[in-house]
Design a protein around this ligand. Sequence first.
Ligand code: AMP
Length: 355
Amino acid sequence: MPDIDIKKILKSYDRKKLVLATVCSHSSLQIFNGAKKEGFKTLGISVGDRKKIYDAFPLGKPDDFLIVDRYTDIIKYTDELVEKNVIIIPHGSFVEYLGAENFLELNIPTFGNRKVLLWESDRKKEKQWLKSAGLTMPKQIKDPKEINKPVIVKYYGAKGGKGFFIAKTYGEFKKRVDKDKPYFIQEFVMGTRYYLHYFYSPIQNNGYKLNSGSLQLLSMDRRDETTIDEVQRLGSIAELEEIGIHPTFVVTGNIPIVLRESLLPQVFRMGEAVVDKSIELFGGVIGSFCLETVVTEDLEFKVFEISARIVAGTNPYVSGSPYSELIQNDLSTGRRIAQEIKYANNKNLLTKVLS
Ligand code: AMP
């Protein structure tokens, strides 16, 4: 990953006129809304006529738009964006649309530690990070012939669970797998899903104290996935599979949720371990991150994924969640990001939260 000289770029910035920018999708309404609440100007980067929908949501509408032909063109506008004192707030679609390599090379100050992408997007490294942090992950099945209980088969790089399928036997696996695409097989963890939205600040001590900085739990959600989450309206999955209808895992939305309070200590212990390990491995996961978990009947968390930036699951909480309301009224993840940048700017610590 190229070393981008953020310090040098920031020196050219008018720090009283910082502009928070992101791609118009994913969690952008929340990001713009949160930035406005903290007094920032905002810029939406958009393709085509997406811009139009922002008229319907004036409080989530950016002050300005940059219209590009395709998202990969953002690179071409680097100088223009730097001239505007832009700080990029990346979200999942930002990274996907721009492409991981372009994102890593983008010469514009970006919220969070971009190095995390190398650990998060590589399954082996992700596993190394989470396992060495002491988290329990679903078992991986190396040889499909060893399938003797429900597994989920995942294709590398598949977005939003596309193409994933469940198999209960080797025979089922063989029938369904697309051998042309690289895949891996994981134990299908039975339990209830919780997607935990954390915020790690390396520079503030206003949350659960860590060795360095502090951690907040801002919210949690459950993803709504089609067709698995509603297919039972038609019959049991086993019945449907018999007639060739297989459930899919495509994310279509997010549902707010809260957790048994007695499980919160575990939630913080996991968050703390993930942050501590990230500091050791690559300088720290900064700002928002999400642990995607299943809680089993033994009340054990199994973590199947980490997303190391704002997730769309924070969108139900534009004006706060049952957790963030206990930190500050009206606090969304989007707003918390803006607060961190504001605090860092005021204390001359921007390089600690940008990369
Ligand atoms: P992912 O792309 O890894 O987030 O997975 C997509 C969806 O598949 C998740 O949101 C879960 O609903 C489901 N899922 C993934 N891994 C597991 C697992 N090991 N056990 C049960 N469900 C899973």
